[in-house]
Write a protein that binds this ligand. Structure first.
Ligand code: UDP
Length: 239
């Protein structure tokens, strides 16, 4: 089953290019367990983003040099389909996708109880089918649901959301247009139960006050998205 929620309100605020309030997320829906052959999977739509995640593992690491004697390792591949953006994207990895793969694996790292699986590997495949700004955060959010669907023990589900500055205002969850035309973008991932930050990036110029405000707003967005993650698992497993 699919959940659709719309968060925030336009009351008393200037609308953004897509009509949202400054503190409003795009429409979000998450489905868990959508693929038969993967150990865990999730499909997410967040505004114009459409993202599919598959998880394999934990399984014996086939790359010896990556093995750790005391824990599992997480390997991630973030991939944008050639048809996911306006200008056909050249297939294959590029600097951006390598960076996003790395920060995604790191953002997921502290949520998973890796010590349970020495010498093993957990593979995370993130396929961006359609992109509209915020794909790294949406990929992390979906990957965590897919991890839970794979039955991998976790301390908490990682959830990610960006905030930023557009036309002088601090806003939540930047669209592609806002990402390109805006002054700054701050993607954040947290473990919602403890508030631990597992990803924090900042692109653009913000004063210290603006940065604090953007970080607070992104964390509020993460907490709302976390509820949708839980609903996706409830709908799949009825618990
Ligand atoms: N984008 C694009 N072509 C590319 C890479 C990105 O059109 O080769 C668009 C896409 O919509 C993406 C947005 O630009 O979501 C912002 O990209 P960014 O690198 O800031 O990462 P994201 O916000 O997706 O995490």
């Amino acid at each position: 089953m699919i959940i659709i929620i719309t968060l925030g309100t336009n009351v008393g605020t200037k609308a953004r290019e897509d009509g949202r309030a400054f503190d409003e997320l795009r429409n979000l829906k998450i489905d868990a367990g959508v693929l038969e052959r993967a150990d865990g999977s999730a499909y997410l739509e967040f505004g114009g983003n459409k993202i599919l995640v598959a998880i394999y593992g934990p399984k014996e690491s086939y790359i010896r040099r990556l093995q750790r004697p005391d824990r599992a390792v997480i390997r991630c591949r973030y991939n944008m389909a050639p048809f996911s953006v306006d200008d056909r994207k050249r297939p294959g990895p590029d600097r951006r996708s390598i960076e996003i793969s790395k920060i995604t694996a790191e953002a997921l790292h502290s949520s998973v109880i890796l010590e349970k699986y020495p010498r093993s590997m957990i593979e995370v495949f993130i396929e961006v089918l359609e992109a509209e700004g915020g794909t790294r955060c949406a990929g992390i959010t979906a990957a965590s649901v897919a991890m839970a669907d794979a039955g991998i023990p976790m301390r908490d589900m990682v959830v990610a959301c960006a905030a930023g500055k557009v036309n002088g205002e601090i806003v939540l969850d930047l669209s592609e247009v806002e990402d390109k035309d805006g002054e700054a973008d701050v993607p954040v991932a947290i473990l919602p139960r403890t508030g631990q930050i597992t990803l924090l990036q900042s692109d653009g110029n913000l004063s210290a006050d603006e940065f604090e405000k953007a970080l607070d707003l992104a964390i509020k967005g993460c907490q709302q998205i976390s509820e949708v993650q839980k609903e996706a698992l409830k709908n799949r497993y009825g618990v």
